[in-house]
Design a protein around this ligand. Structure first.
Ligand code: NAP
Length: 334
């Protein structure tokens, strides 16, 4: 019989203001297992833009504080609740945190079994730590273009880990991508990785170049992770009948659209949240996507790992990630 530890080291949030003194590292009581829960011994957990918003109280959910931080990770299942059927003790899994439960920046995380995806043999636990959030979102956003028979994708924040995944996955699916970034070095980076269309939104000829290119490629689908002025500008420059899906708010600014664009240009704006997409995707389709994403996790859906930190580093690791986002993911390795 597996012995469940009583406590484990974890990074806890004690206030929603994102400052150093509100992030503490200590022993946290391991939550009791409900019948559909599993206990995961965490091998690695990642830091994402959603975490930066969560710790400042700006994300779509708020847990009761003190609460554990981190939404995704990977590890080995060490205990299961009485009604668990799809995973078992010893399984290596990619896992996400329950929206009201433990966080993944910890030695142990209790989460429902449906938040665990068993890893295939060729996927390492470290790769599994970045499997849940970005690869599945890249698939979800690209598959909208495929299902709606759009001719390609326009994307903002294209030098992000997710942006790079979309470029590679869309290329495999035969869709051109217009990549928008905000710095010249990001243009150089994406070009060196093989991207054909990369535009800097801060360059003086951006509007002219973008408008000409989007028209030439007949693209009517944009995905935006920035919101604010960047999102608005791209939306306004998209042709009639375009749809823009907003899936991030890196600028932390609101996004405005004119009534005229919705009425006379028949444009659409929608939101995308991975949690809703998983719930809305038919199980067979979801299983096929998960299989494909795992098979291609070291190619199309690869995340570069910039740096690994111990849990004791807490705020230091979060701050490092915040200042080096384009350079790759930051992992906590308990
Ligand atoms: N809705 C969902 O379900 C869902 C799921 C997954 C991810 N996401 C979103 O996807 C986006 C990318 O995530 P990721 O993990 O791939 O990010 P990441 O690898 O950490 O990269 C973030 C990128 O965004 C850029 N950036 C930051 N602030 C910006 C701003 N104000 N304007 C323009 N660019 C900015 C950074 O460039 P600099 O170096 O110039 O700062 C960096 O290249 C995030 O917005 C995240 O929240 C959403």
């Amino acid at each position: 019989m597996t012995t469940i530890p009583e406590t484990g080291k974890a990074i806890e949030l004690i206030n929603y203001d994102g400052i150093e003194t509100s992030i503490r590292v200590g022993q946290r009581k391991i939550s009791p297992l409900k019948e559909s829960d599993v206990l995961v011994k965490i091998a690695a957990s990642s830091i994402n833009p959603s975490d930066l918003m969560f710790i400042r109280g700006l994300y779509g959910i708020k847990k009761k504080i003190p609460c554990g931080g981190g939404f995704e990770g990977s590890g080995t299942i060490v205990a299961v609740g009485s009604a668990v059927t799809k995973v078992k003790v010893g399984d290596r899994v990619a896992c996400s945190a329950h929206y009201m439960g433990d966080g993944s920046w910890a030695e142990y995380m209790v989460t429902p079994e449906y938040n665990c995806i068993p890893l295939i043999d060729k996927v390492t636990l470290e790769q599994g730590a970045t499997f849940f959030v970005n690869p599945l979102t890249a698939c979800g956003l690209t598959n909208i273009a495929i299902k709606e028979k759009r001719n390609g994708i326009v994307q903002t924040a294209a030098a992000s880990a997710l942006g790079k995944m979309i470029q590679r996955y869309a290329k495999r699916k035969g869709l051109p991508v217009i990549n928008i970034v905000r710095k010249d070095e990001q243009v150089d980076l994406l070009k060196s990785l093989g991207s054909e269309h990369v535009l800097n939104s801060t360059s003086p000829d951006f509007e002219k170049t973008f408008t000409r290119l989007v028209k030439k490629l007949e693209i009517t689908y944009a995905i935006d992770a920035v919101a604010g002025k960047t999102g608005e500008d791209v939306y306004n420059m998209m042709p009639t009948n375009s749809k823009m899906v907003v899936y991030g708010a890196l600028s932390e600014e609101p996004i405005g659209v004119t009534a005229g664009s919705l009425i006379f240009q028949r444009k659409k704006v929608e939101g995308f949240w991975l949690s809703y997409w998983i719930a809305d995707t038919p199980p067979d389709e979801f299983t096929a996507i998960v299989q494909d994403a795992q098979e291609n996790l070291s190619t199309d859906f690869k995340s570069e790992i910039n740096k690994r930190f111990s849990l004791d580093d807490g705020f230091k690791a979060i701050d490092f990630y915040k200042n080096n986002m384009t350079s790759g993911k930051v992992l906590f390795v308990p």
